[in-house]
Design a protein around this ligand. Structure first.
Ligand SMILES: Cc1cc2nc3c(=O)[nH]c(=O)nc-3n(C[C@H](O)[C@H](O)[C@H](O)COP(=O)(O)OP(=O)(O)OC[C@H]3O[C@@H](n4cnc5c(N)ncnc54)[C@H](O)[C@@H]3O)c2cc1C
Length: 407
């Protein structure tokens, strides 16, 4: 049922990356009063190219963003694998690994997506940059918020869209540990000048448990670099210390082969370094009282799944739609969770079923993958795997509800 005379609802969203602005878009369209608080000084650029596939493509289409995102499409055509000695092993089309659909899926730089979401909103929605929620008091009929800046405001609802290490989740549900599932990898992502002659392609150097990746859009400009490695325990100390992050990563990539030294140097020089663990978030419930979580804060899938942004976009669409069509926020939160949880869990499972083709953990896994790559026909049969097929099914595993009458 659509409620036309709903009470005015003031919503505070913490986090202005993907989930936050996507939710703000829809809530603004449905007549909510939206404030977004972001701890960075501006919407953050950088990060890896992300895929918008299946159900998420339909979500950005409904937002009217398809033309802009189609223009920003990176159009990667090839992934080339290189062995520990720097010799080329073989190449694949990216979709052979992911199950993505050629000519349908979009691949855009994370920063381009964040900007496409933010720009149309910046004059319609209140954005508070350089700030963060310090305390939340859910009084039952409203949430009283004190910000780090000292400002005090009252909202009807608060949404934590503040990522894997969500501040809102910590304030409402407690420390991250019980919800955090570490997948055993640490990564550093950054950009460096494209001195490699690469365009619309990725090149991946591997040693067991380690990968060094160059990911290029245009033949000039900047290229994305990634250094990923296995580690038994998450390097919690390094999170507070950018220098320790760089030292930790550099120590795991001492080789003087291929472009590894240039990648390490680029990582040291980068001003857009993104360092994190490869982890997921699993929670029994995503809401408590008048506070609800969205995107990675609720159900991080990890970049191994390739679906973090897609699930965040779909979740934002559904959360806003349910809030617009229920007078009672608790019913809306329950409906949102019922619809999104199976989709999120199926996409989370993409990261944990089978080994990583990009960073095989053991020598045996790496050799098995390389043997397949050396024989393109065998690769087409085996690497283009059940996991790619399951990927394709998971990307589209949900049909978007129609909330158009709520707008
Ligand atoms: C700069 C950047 C680079 C990234 N690069 C990668 C990458 O290379 N590989 C990868 O797997 N994933 C990366 N991610 C994560 C990826 O964007 C998400 O997995 C996915 O898009 C889901 O988005 P989200 O909006 O839920 O969370 P996120 O994209 O993580 O966004 C969370 C937002 O909340 C903000 N925030 C955090 N704490 C607070 C706080 N206390 N108060 C207010 N705001 C807060 C953050 O600054 C960020 O803007 C990156 C995220 C960012 C912000």
């Amino acid at each position: 049922m659509i409620h036309t005379s709903r009470p005015a609802r003031r919503v505070l969203i913490s986090g202005a990356s993907i989930a936050g602005p996507a939710l703000a878009h829809w809530l603004d369209r449905y007549g909510f009063e939206v404030t977004v608080v972001e701890k960075a000084a501006a919407v953050r650029g950088g990060g890896y190219p992300i895929d918008i596939r299946g159900t998420a493509r339909e979500a950005v289409d409904r937002m009217g963003l398809l033309p802009r995102l189609t223009k920003a499409h990176v159009n990667s055509q090839r992934v080339t694998f290189v062995d520990a000695a720097g010799e080329t092993v073989g190449s694949l089309q990216p979709e052979q690994l992911t199950g993505g659909e050629v000519g349908v899926d979009l691949e855009v730089r994370r920063g381009d997506l964040a900007d496409a979401l933010y720009t149309p909103l910046r004059d319609r929605v209140e954005f508070l940059f350089n700030d963060s929620i310090a305390t939340l008091d859910d009084a039952g009929d409203a949430v009283h918020v004190v910000f780090e800046s000292g400002m005090r405001r009252t909202f009807d609802l608060v949404v934590g869209a503040d990522g894997l290490h969500s501040n809102t989740r910590r304030l409402v549900f407690g420390p991250e540990e019980p919800f955090h599932r570490y997948l055993g990898y640490v990564f550093a992502g950054f950009t460096l000048p494209n001195e490699f002659g690469l365009a619309h392609e990725a090149a991946i150097w591997n040693d067991p448990g380690r990968s060094a990746v160059l990911y290029a859009h245009e033949p000039s400009g900047r290229v994305h670099g990634f250094l990923t490695f296995t580690r038994d325990t998450p390097p919690l100390d390094a999170f507070r210390d950018p220098r320790a992050q760089r030292d930790l990563v550099a120590a795991r990539f001492p080789e003087q082969v291929w472009h590894v030294p240039r990648l390490v140097e680029g990582m040291r020089e980068a001003d857009d370094l993104f360092f994190d663990v490869v982890s997921q978030i699993h929670m029994r419930t995503w809401s408590h009282g008048r506070v609800v979580l969205a995107g990675d804060a609720a159900h991080a899938t990890s970049f191994i799944s390739g679906q973090g942004s897609s699930v965040a976009l779909v979740g934002a669409y559904v959360l806003a739609g349910e809030l617009a069509t229920h007078a009672d926020h608790a019913e809306a939160f329950a409906a949102y969770e019922r619809r999104i949880r199976p989709f999120a869990e199926r996409n989370q499972a993409l990261a944990t079923s089978g080994g990583s083709a990009v960073t095989p953990g053991t020598r045996e896994e790496l050799e098995a993958r390389n043997a397949l790559l050396r024989d393109p026909e065998a690769a087409a049969r085996a690497l283009v795997t059940e996991s790619a097929l399951e990927g394709r099914a998971a990307h589209s595993a949900m049909e978007l509800p129609d909330y158009s009458r709520a707008a």
